[in-house]
Design a protein around this ligand. Structure first.
Ligand code: MLT
Ligand code: MN
Ligand code: ZN
Length: 334
């Protein structure tokens, strides 16, 4: 299984257009010390040629240009237009994960995989599905919680991948009229050889059962929105704490900002763990920050746009992708 991080910033991207917090200011003045990032999205493929988009961000246009996509087969005029992705899988209906659906409206056909709670919000609240359907035929395949679903290629063949959605703690989007189970999920992608990748870009708490679920994955892409619980409060740009926004902070929940965060729990997992959906205020975005050192010192990775992973099949001695592999220039596409 191949996985590419298309975007690793939270909503607003990095730097965020209206923000001059220390990290955003550095991303503008010295981008080598705080690399700009687009809004969170991932692509997953069984064969490295045909890709599923996981979340459709407002940056989808430039993100798709990163993928090593096949050219359309040579031939008649009906092939002039060619949709190079096989489908869109969603974790939630937040704007940063779904606005890209409308931006893909030039596709004649689009298949979306989402829970009933997520598709309800896209149908009734944001209306992104009805808006997109004015331009394209959008079919939704329901993801029932904890049931693996086969992902199909646009020609109907099996892709070799399955996806299983599981509910994670958190709140539905602010504009959602309901609060149904499955409004926010993590996803487990598996291939026929047993390679497993977990994608959990939004998660309000990390309890033992969730940790046990993530333990089966050789690659875990996890919510790195905030370093500390009071990050926005301390910067004077918000009054809600991380967990009030459905994001468990990396560093900690306590007022000392050091204990009970995702870092110490994820560091116990056997798989390779990469933070993504990183908010522009998060000091881990600064390459030489103590927070970045803490993440890397614990053996975890701060995700960057263009990182590409080959996810190994589950098996003795090869459960974890190697650092050398993902840092190799032949594998990391920038
Ligand atoms: C979130 O991750 O909490 C949401 O995307 C917030 C937002 O869209 O403003
Ligand atoms: Mn978000
Ligand atoms: Zn900022």
């Amino acid at each position: 299984m191949q996985v590419m991080l298309l975007g690793t910033a939270a909503g607003g991207g990095f730097p965020q257009w209206n923000c001059w917090c220390p990290a955003c200011a550095l991303a503008r003045s010295d981008p080598a010390r705080a690399r700009p990032r687009t809004q969170s999205s991932v692509a997953v493929s069984a064969d490295g040629r045909r890709w599923f988009l996981v979340n459709a961000s407002p940056d989808v246009r430039e993100q798709l240009a990163r993928l090593p996509l096949p050219s359309p087969p040579a031939g008649g005029s009906r092939l002039t237009r060619h949709v190079p992705i096989e489908g869109v899988v969603l974790t939630d209906a937040e704007l940063d994960h779904s606005l890209g659906i409308a931006l893909l409206r030039e596709a004649r056909r689009l298949r979306v995989y989402a829970t009933a709670a997520v598709s309800d919000t896209l149908e009734r609240d944001s209306r992104l599905l009805p808006v997109t359907r004015a331009f394209a035929d959008v079919a939704v395949t329901e993801l029932v919680l904890t049931v693996p679903v086969a992902l199909h290629l646009t020609d109907g063949a099996e892709s070799g991948l399955t996806v299983e959605a599981f509910a994670v703690p958190g709140d539905p989007p602010r504009f959602a009229s309901g609060n149904l189970a499955g409004h926010t999920v993590g996803l487990l992608f598996r291939d026929g050889a047993g390679a497993t990748c977990a994608y959990v870009p939004a998660c309000g708490a990390l309890d033992d059962s969730l940790l046990a679920r993530l333990a089966c994955a050789s690659l875990v892409l996890f919510d790195g929105t905030f370093w500390s619980a009071d990050e926005l409060v301390a910067l004077g740009i918000g009054d809600r704490r991380a967990q009030d926004m459905g994001h468990v902070p990396i560093g900690g929940l306590g007022d000392d900002g050091t204990r009970g965060g995702s870092l110490e729990r994820l560091a116990t997992l056997p798989g390779w763990v990469v933070y993504t959906h990183i908010n522009n205020t998060n000091p881990v975005l600064i390459e030489d920050s103590p927070q970045r050192s803490a993440v890397e010192g614990a053996g975890l990775t701060v995700g960057e746009d263009g990182m590409r992973f080959t996810v190994p099949a589950t098996g003795a001695g090869e459960r974890r992708a190697s650092a050398a592999e993902h840092r190799s220039p032949t594998v990391v596409v920038r």
